[in-house]
Write a protein that binds this ligand. Structure first.
Ligand code: HEC
Length: 135
């Protein structure tokens, strides 16, 4: 029984890996704001810790930076065209940030932390498709 399950799981993982690669798209990114992305990277690292530390002002400041970031990616990919998934992912990110702001403001730090994790996932969701792999 066990070896068979292992084989099934291995094949499943291989199929997932292949389809993830097939979905990666190459687009022209010469005008993309990498500095903003690096700011987002710093901010997303503080976001959940600020929330769990109940640092309301810090969390709201982080949220404002992240909101600007997701608005930037939404506009960028909307203008680019043919990248509806990236626009949707950006909107999802904005929804998570809005939810986090609402929860932080209501002192519901557990829900806010969950929303922060959701936001971090949307970063990765877009990168899986559009961020070129490191050589
Ligand atoms: C809708 C798409 C999208 C979203 C959302 C997004 N990114 Fe990116 N990100 C990109 C793309 C595309 C690149 C590659 C840019 C390039 O190669 O010029 C990138 C690059 C980066 C880089 C590397 C920058 C460098 O040094 O060249 C970092 C760090 C980064 N993103 C962090 C984040 C974080 C953190 C979030 C979420 C808060 C986020 N990104 C959300 C598309 C996205």
């Amino acid at each position: 029984m066990m070896p068979k399950l292992v084989i099934v799981l291995t094949i499943g993982a291989a199929i997932l890996a292949t389809s993830a690669n097939a979905e990666r798209r190459t687009i022209d990114l010469h005008d993309y704001d990498d500095d903003l992305m690096r700011d987002l990277d710093k901010t997303i690292k503080y976001f959940e810790p600020d929330i769990t530390a109940k640092n309301v002002q810090g969390a709201l400041d982080d949220a404002a930076v992240l909101q600007d970031g997701f608005k930037y990616t939404e506009d960028y990919f909307a203008k680019k065209g043919g990248a509806d998934d990236a626009v949707l992912i950006s909107k999802e990110g904005l929804n998570y940030i809005a939810a986090a702001i609402k929860s932080v403001s209501a002192n519901d730090f557990d829900s806010a932390a969950e929303a922060a994790r959701g936001a971090a996932k949307t970063c990765r969701a877009c990168h899986d498709i559009y961020k070129p792999l490191k050589k």
